[in-house]
Design a protein around this ligand. Structure first.
Ligand code: DX5
Ligand code: ZN
Length: 225
C-alpha cells in the first residue's frame, strides 16, 4: 500500500457559525490541511446547512488551505458551477443523488475543481467500476449523512480496506477520505484500514484546544504506519 501524507480536514459543521471566519483561521493555524464544507439541502438529507455564498465569503476572507466541499444535495449539477465560482477545490457528491454520474464528474472537472464520489454506509463501491480513473477523491461515510456528532459505524473499516485496494490497483493518486465519528481514539484504525484524509467535526470543534486535538490525531495516525 503506497500511502500519501495524512491530511486532517476539520468539518466546519461543528464550528461556531457566528464566528466562522475566526474558527476557520483557528483550525488552519492548528494545522488543518483542508476545510471540510458540508452542504445539506433538507431533501437528500434531513438537515439544512450552508451554500455557495458562505463558501465565497470564506474564500474572500482568505482561507489558507483548499476547501473540500461535500455536497449532500439532490439534484447535484445545478449547484456545481456556483461552488466552483465560490472557490471550492474539491467537490464531492453522492452517486445516488444525481441522474448521470459521469456527467456530474465531468461538470466538476470542466469547472476546474477536483471531483470526488461519496459512499454512504450501505452504498456499494461498484459505483467506482467505471469512475475511479476520473475522480481525485473517494469519501467513505462512517455515519449516515446529515448530522455531526454521530457514532462511527464499524463496518466502514472493511469498506475503507476495499476502497484502498481499488485505489492501489488503479495506480492513480486518489485521496481516500473518511467522514463521520472520527475521534482521537479511532483515527488510527481508519488509517490502518487505508484512509489518508480524515474529516473530524465535533472531535475538533468541541475540544478546548484545536491544536492539541489535531496533534494527538496526527500522532495516532503516524503510530499506525
Ligand atoms: C455528516 C457530515 C460530516 C460531519 C462529521 O453528514 O458529512 O462531515 O460534520 O461530523 P463528526 O466528525 O462530528 O461526526
Ligand atoms: Zn462531510
Amino acid at each position: 500500500m503506497v500511502m500519501s501524507p495524512a491530511w486532517l480536514a476539520p468539518s466546519i459543521l461543528s464550528a461556531d457559525f457566528a464566528r466562522l471566519g475566526e474558527e476557520v483561521d483557528a483550525v488552519c493555524a492548528a494545522g488543518a490541511d483542508l476545510i471540510h464544507f458540508d452542504v445539506m439541502d433538507n431533501h437528500y438529507v434531513p438537515n439544512l446547512t450552508i451554500g455557495p455564498s458562505v463558501c465565497a465569503a470564506l474564500h474572500k476572507h482568505g482561507v489558507k488551505v483548499p476547501i473540500d466541499v461535500h455536497l449532500m444535495v439532490s439534484p447535484v449539477d445545478r449547484i456545481v458551477p456556483d461552488f466552483a465560482a465560490a472557490g471550492a477545490t474539491y467537490i464531492s457528491f453522492h452517486p445516488e443523488a444525481t441522474g448521470h454520474i459521469d456527467r456530474t464528474i465531468a461538470l466538476i472537472r470542466e469547472h476546474g475543481c477536483r471531483p470526488g464520489l461519496v459512499f454512504n454506509p450501505a452504498t456499494p463501491l461498484n459505483y467506482l467500476d467505471y469512475t475511479l480513473e476520473l475522480i481525485d477523491l473517494v469519501l467513505i461515510m462512517s455515519v449516515n449523512p446529515g448530522f455531526g456528532g454521530q457514532q462511527f459505524i464499524p463496518t466502514s473499516l472493511r469498506k475503507l480496506r476495499d476502497a484502498r485496494a481499488r485505489i492501489d490497483a488503479g495506480g492513480r493518486a486518489v485521496r481516500l477520505e473518511v467522514d463521520g465519528g472520527i475521534k482521537v481514539d479511532n483515527i488510527r484504525a481508519a488509517a490502518q484500514a487505508g484512509a489518508d484524509t480524515f474529516v473530524a467535526g465535533s472531535a475538533i470543534f468541541d475540544s478546548g484546544d484545536y491544536a492539541a486535538t489535531m496533534r494527538e490525531m496526527r500522532r495516532a495516525i503516524t503510530s499506525s504506519s
